[in-house]
Write a protein that binds this ligand. Structure first.
Ligand SMILES: NC(=O)c1ccc[n+]([C@@H]2O[C@H](COP(=O)([O-])OP(=O)(O)OC[C@H]3O[C@@H](n4cnc5c(N)ncnc54)[C@H](OP(=O)(O)O)[C@@H]3O)[C@@H](O)[C@H]2O)c1
Length: 352
């Protein structure tokens, strides 16, 4: 690309916002020109106000950028990455779309709207067509696309490969979710150290619904939910990054563990999203060791964009069991939104 597309990060000082700044450093298509935050941060240089918790130094260019309010300026940017809390996103993201700035959002605010896609480019890139209906019915110059909740992400990528090969009937999932999923500063250390908390507000509802939208078929201007039934139990555990899920699946045509492993290993993305800058390589990695995937050892597979699956074995209640690992702030949040934006560019929806 001759000229990079200028972009803004909304909510740049938080857990996901910092990951955006890290991942967009040196991106071949996008250049960050502004960073926003709440009233707490406005007017202060990013390097001064942001309590940086990433595992690499803050990029030099980001340090001097003054944190600004989240007000659209289509003359400056055509694309916004949103890491805003859901209630704030509901108010701010439409203002950007209306003004002509495309929004790739991490927030849950619009995921349930019929004209807003929840996108995983390696799963359902065709759902991006919903934005036409969205722009028409809302009268916006641009639109909003979302990525799923971080715990829905890895599960849906694995389920897509299995659905295509064998058909899905029922899924029972138990998650072990990292503290970075609760934002920064997130949970008090006295609550989570030496502890497992078997509750994350709203998370089970998202995990039981969002995969059905992403696996559903796009019909006449809306997505028909996939009929698979999902039951979820979520847990917050004292690790920094990476959501692990123990999953049991009942299939329409039950495979052997070997057949399931082959289907996961062989899964390829639709052509349009196969070679984007953030495309995962591989999309799914299947581990055969009895004790993998492990959160600390495997979350960075494929630069944090790969979904890692292991422990595929027969189940005594449903057909098969497996363990799925996905990096929650990379594939499950900022990396996923950047991948969605690349799809918008590849499809010509965001102009180069
Ligand atoms: N963490 C994950 O793994 C994950 C995964 C998927 C999706 N998400 C979603 O991504 C979003 C961000 O999550 P997070 O974990 O990064 O949260 P977070 O650490 O709490 O960060 C929130 C960000 O929003 C900014 N903000 C808050 N109120 C604002 C306002 N009124 N106007 C402008 N900016 C405001 C904050 O700025 P100040 O610092 O200046 O207050 C901060 O930069 C949430 O919707 C979350 O549900 C998170």
């Amino acid at each position: 690309m001759e000229h990079k597309i200028p972009v803004t990060v909304l909510g740049a000082t938080g857990s996901v916002g910092q990951r955006f700044v890290q991942l967009l450093d040196g991106h071949p298509w996008f250049q960050v020109v502004s960073l926003t935050g709440s009233e707490r941060s406005e007017g202060r240089p990013y390097g001064e106000i942001c309590h940086w918790v990433m595992d690499e130094p803050m990029p030099g260019w980001a340090r001097e950028i003054p944190v600004t309010p989240s007000i659209p300026d289509p003359g400056e940017t055509r694309l916004a990455f949103s890491a805003l809390p859901a209630d704030t996103a509901r108010r701010i993201e439409p203002a950007f779309a209306e003004a002509g700035v495309w929004v790739c959002s991490n927030a849950s605010a619009f995921r349930r709207e019929a004209d807003v896609p929840i996108l995983l480019p390696e799963v359902n890139p065709g759902h991006v067509d919903l934005v036409e209906r969205q722009r028409r019915s809302r009268g916006w110059k641009a639109g909003i696309v979302t990525n799923p909740n971080c715990s829905s992400t890895g599960l849906t990528v694995a389920l897509k490969a299995l659905k295509d090969a064998f058909g899905l009937k029922k899924v029972f999932v138990v998650t072990l979710q990292a503290v970075s999923g609760a934002g920064y500063p997130g949970l008090p250390s006295m609550d989570i150290l030496d502890n497992v908390i078997p509750f994350i507000g709203g998370e089970e509802e998202k995990l039981e619904w969002e995969p059905r939208k992403m696996l559903g078929a796009l019909g006449d201007g809306q997505v028909e939910l996939d009929p698979v039934r999902i039951s979820a139990q979520v847990n917050r555990v004292p690790i920094t990054d990476g959501h692990l899920a123990s999953v049991a699946v009942e299939f329409a045509a039950p495979p052997t563990p070997e057949q399931a492993a082959n289907a996961l290993r062989d899964y390829t993305a639709p052509e349009v999203s196969r070679d984007l800058p953030s495309s995962p390589h591989p999309i799914l990695q299947v581990r055969s060791e009895p004790d993998r995937p492990q959160t600390r050892l495997d979350r960075r597979t494929g630069r944090g964009m790969t979904t890692v699956v292991g422990r595929i074995r027969p189940d005594t209640l449903l057909d098969l069991r497996m363990v799925v690992l996905s990096h929650n702030t990379i594939r499950g949040a900022a990396g996923g939104a950047v991948y969605n934006a690349e799809l918008l560019v590849r499809r010509g929806i965001v102009a180069e």
